[in-house]
Design a protein around this ligand. Structure first.
Ligand code: MG
Length: 261
C-alpha cells in the first residue's frame, strides 16, 4: 500500500475537527443548555425602561410567623393539578421558583375562606415577539374563582385583561408593572362572599397591591367565577389556583395569612 502523507494529514485534521466539534457540543450540553433551560427569560437590554428601577426585582418578603406557606421554593407538596388529586407537574427551578409547564393549572391543597391576605411573587419572561394575551400570561385565582391577571403589560395603558386586572371585572387604577424578567409582588386583601343559609348575600371584596402600589381598593367582585376559573360554591372555601396559559411564568414565595375565619 502506498503511503499517502497528504491523505493522512487530511484525515488527522478531520479527526481533530470532529473531536473539537464533539467537545463543543458536549460543553454546550453540560454547561450552556442547562443554563438556557433554567432561564428562558432573556436580556431586557434592548427594552426602553421608563425608570431604571422598573428593571429591578422587588425584594423577597419573609412570611410572618403566623403565615401558611404554600410555596417556599423547595417542593410542590402543597399543590396538585386542578383535579385536586394528581401531583403538580410544574418545574422547580434552581432559583427557588416554580415555572409554569404546559398541561394545566395547579391549585393549593389547602382551601381558604373568610378574610385573608395572600402574598405572591412572580415574574414574566421577556417575549418581545409575543403579543397581547400571549405574552407572559398566567394568573392568580383567589379561591380558584377570582383571577388577578399575570401578564407582561409593562408600559401599557392598563385594560380589564392586563396585569393587575381582576380579570373582566376591574381595571387596575395604576399600571404598577415592572419590566419583564424582574420579580414582582401581589399582596391581596381578600374577603370571601358573605353568605346566609348557604346563599350569597354580598360579593367577595378585594384590595390589591402590585409591587407595593395599591391598584384596587375594596373592589366588589361582581363575577362568581372569572374566565377559566375553577368555579364551585362561592359560600365554600377555595384554593389558590395558578394558571397555565402556555407561557413560562415563574412564581416564588407564596403565603397566606388568615385574618378571620
Ligand atoms: Mg391569565
Amino acid at each position: 500500500m502506498l503511503f499517502d502523507s497528504k491523505q493522512t494529514k487530511r484525515r488527522t485534521d478531520f479527526d481533530k475537527e470532529t473531536s473539537m466539534r464533539a467537545a463543543t457540543l458536549l460543553a454546550f450540553m453540560f454547561i450552556a443548555a442547562p443554563v438556557l433551560a433554567q432561564d428562558p427569560y432573556g436580556s431586557i437590554a434592548d427594552l426602553k425602561l421608563a425608570k431604571p428601577e422598573d428593571g429591578k426585582d422587588m425584594p423577597r418578603v419573609t412570611p410572618p410567623s403566623r403565615a401558611v406557606v404554600l410555596f417556599d421554593g423547595k417542593s410542590l407538596d402543597g399543590w396538585t393539578k386542578r383535579d385536586g388529586k394528581t401531583a403538580a407537574h410544574w418545574k422547580l427551578m434552581d432559583n427557588g421558583a416554580v415555572q409554569v409547564v404546559r398541561g394545566g393549572d395547579i391549585i393549593s391543597k389547602q382551601k381558604f375562606g373568610g378574610t385573608f391576605k395572600l402574598h405572591v411573587e412572580f415574574r414574566v419572561p421577556y417575549e418581545p415577539k409575543g403579543k397581547d394575551q400571549g405574552r407572559g400570561n398566567s394568573g392568580v385565582y383567589v379561591q380558584g374563582r377570582y383571577e388577578v391577571q399575570v401578564l407582561d403589560s409593562y408600559g401599557l395603558k392598563s385594560g380589564i385583561n392586563d396585569c393587575g386586572a381582576i380579570y373582566g371585572v376591574a381595571v387596575p387604577t395604576v399600571n404598577a408593572c415592572k419590566a419583564p424578567t424582574a420579580w414582582q409582588t401581589y399582596d391581596i386583601d381578600f374577603q370571601a362572599p358573605t353568605c346566609e343559609n348557604g346563599k350569597k348575600k354580598a360579593p367577595a371584596v378585594m384590595t390589591v397591591y402590585h409591587n407595593g402600589v395599591k391598584i384596587h381598593d375594596n373592589v366588589k367582585i361582581t363575577s362568581d367565577n372569572t374566565t377559566s376559573g375553577a368555579g364551585g360554591d362561592v359560600c365554600q372555601p377555595g384554593p389558590i389556583l395558578l394558571q397555565d396559559h402556555g407561557n413560562p411564568v415563574q412564581y416564588r414565595n407564596i403565603w397566606v395569612v388568615q385574618v378571620k375565619e
